[in-house]
Design a binder for this molecule. Structure first.
Ligand code: DHK
Length: 154
């Protein structure tokens, strides 16, 4: 059985993980996060397409391209969480299960980080659990898309 494909999309400044405000975001780099996602996905019988961009338009295009290609989207929209109606519209347009991830607990931070447009399209939201939130999101996604046991030969 072909494993369901999950797009793991990362927004602006997440390419700087590891050196960016480590007291908030931790020491793991984006490569570490990709490795964690790849390992978790394999255990769960999922395939991933892991990407990062600083551009809002590119993120919107990647979401659009998920239609007919991916079974679900795990997204850390980063700074576009609170600003991007275009990203929300793209997520609504593709009609796939979406899990929104934030490394930090955005609700304990500045007021302007509390409101998320993306949450209006999200099946679930994970915030404040560090990069482990990505692994938890993939676990939840496996349930949502009905991923098979990777040891099953069917
Ligand atoms: C990452 C960012 O870049 C911020 O803009 C968000 C989010 C929080 C995170 O916790 O992963 O406000």
């Amino acid at each position: 059985m072909t494993p369901p494909l999950i797009a793991v999309l990362n927004g602006p400044n997440l390419n700087m993980l590891g050196t960016r405000e480590p007291e908030k975001y931790g020491h793991a780099t984006l490569d570490d996060v990709e490795a964690l996602c790849a390992e978790t996905a394999e255990e769960l019988g999922l395939a991933i397409d892991f990407r990062q961009t600083n551009g809002e338009g590119e993120l919107v295009t990647w979401v659009q391209e998920c239609r007919g290609r991916a079974a679900g989207i795990v997204i850390n929209p980063a700074g576009y969480t609170t600003t991007s109606i275009a990203l929300l519209d793209a997520l609504l347009a593709v009609g796939l299960p979406v899990i929104e991830v934030h490394i930090t607990n955005i609700h304990r931070r500045e007021e302007f980080r509390h409101h998320s447009y993306v949450s209006k399209a999200a099946t679930g939201v994970i915030a404040g659990l560090g990069v482990q939130g990505y692994a938890l999101a993939l676990q939840a996604m496996a349930g949502l898309v009905g991923a098979g046991d990777p040891d099953d030969e069917e």
